[in-house]
Ligand binder design. Structure first.
Ligand code: NDP
Ligand code: 8X3
Length: 249
């Protein structure tokens, strides 16, 4: 039975991936800050598989390491790491952007991903096997108006994904990124700080990707034969051509 650790499992893409992995018989470690949601999901998925929860903020280095070191028995042998935790905070021109938003995006999307990877890599190196999937974004492939620092954080994920693959080459560890376009999750609620009307508008007038669509792709990627590494995959709704070109009713 393979063990997968999923960051950002309380919502959206991470939650759907956990549900899909449980159905497919993976042992799962659910991570996130919202403890109640983790406990609820653990209860739901424990019917199908073995589940552990780790309640930490990816920004807090020591908590990341303590949490991962606290894992019991078979859960310590992590085969698959889904680096998914992250969000956009704000959608403002650079000249009026909030520095707190900038800190949040760089600390969570970039440094948080690095801390979690650093805590898990020694085990993968020792076993000479493992699979790391970094959730990037189309925002890591192009820059759109007012996306500035979020786009920078996802361009960093793109660079880290390539860097990891280069540096880990020869160690039997697969590294790849999945870069989604518009996915209907809590992403825009977070970006617009709870303004649900604004958030819902983002997904109106076209069929956005659903978190289950990304979970399906993640499942496909991790179930390829071991010599096959999907290095970089971009997926958009059919209605989307670029970050700014979306065909709406
Ligand atoms: P959601 O807001 O639905 O989920 C975000 C998840 O990240 C939550 O589980 C949240 O958990 C977790 N998270 C956020 N901050 C922290 C933190 N400081 N420490 C630990 N966990 C944290 O959004 P999505 O599912 O859409 O986003 C998941 C990933 O997909 C992100 O990296 C995002 O950038 C990326 N993405 C999303 C797209 C979209 O259109 N939705 C498109 C392209 C990429 P909690 O708050 O409980 O800690
Ligand atoms: C999320 C997609 O277009 O809002 O990464 O940046 S977008």
């Amino acid at each position: 039975m393979k063990t997968a650790l999923i960051t950002g499992a309380t919502s959206g893409i991470g939650r759907s991936t956990a549900i899909r992995f449980a159905k497919e018989g993976f042992r799962i470690i659910l991570c996130g800050r919202r403890k109640e949601r983790l406990e609820e999901l653990k209860k739901e998925l424990s019917v199908e598989t073995e589940v552990q929860i780790l309640n930490f903020d990816v920004r807090k280095r020591e908590d990341v390491f303590h949490s991962i070191e606290s894992l019991p028995g078979d859960f310590r042998h992590i085969d698959i790491l889904i680096n998914n935790a992250g969000n956009a905070h704000g959608l403002d021109p650079i000249q009026s952007g909030s520095m707190d938003d900038w800190d949040a995006m760089l600390d969570i999307n970039v440094k948080g991903l690095l801390y979690v990877s650093k805590a898990i890599l020694p085990g993968m190196m020792e076993r000479k096997s493992g699979h790391i999937i970094n959730i990037g974004s189309t925002a890591g492939k192009e820059v759109y108006p007012n996306g500035n620092v979020y786009c920078a954080s996802k361009h960093a994920v793109d660079a880290i994904n390539q860097g990891m693959r280069i540096d880990l080459n020869g160690n039997g560890i697969r590294v790849g990124a999945i870069n989604p376009g518009l996915v209907h999750t809590e992403f825009s609620d977070v970006r617009f700080k709870g303004d649900s009307e604004k958030a819902e508008k983002v997904y109106q007038g076209f069929k956005a990707l659903q978190p289950e669509d990304i979970a399906d792709i993640i499942h496909f990627v991790v179930t390829r034969p071991y010599h096959v590494n999907i290095a970089d995959l971009t997926v958009m709704p059919t209605a989307q051509a670029t970050s700014t070109i979306v065909s709406k009713d």
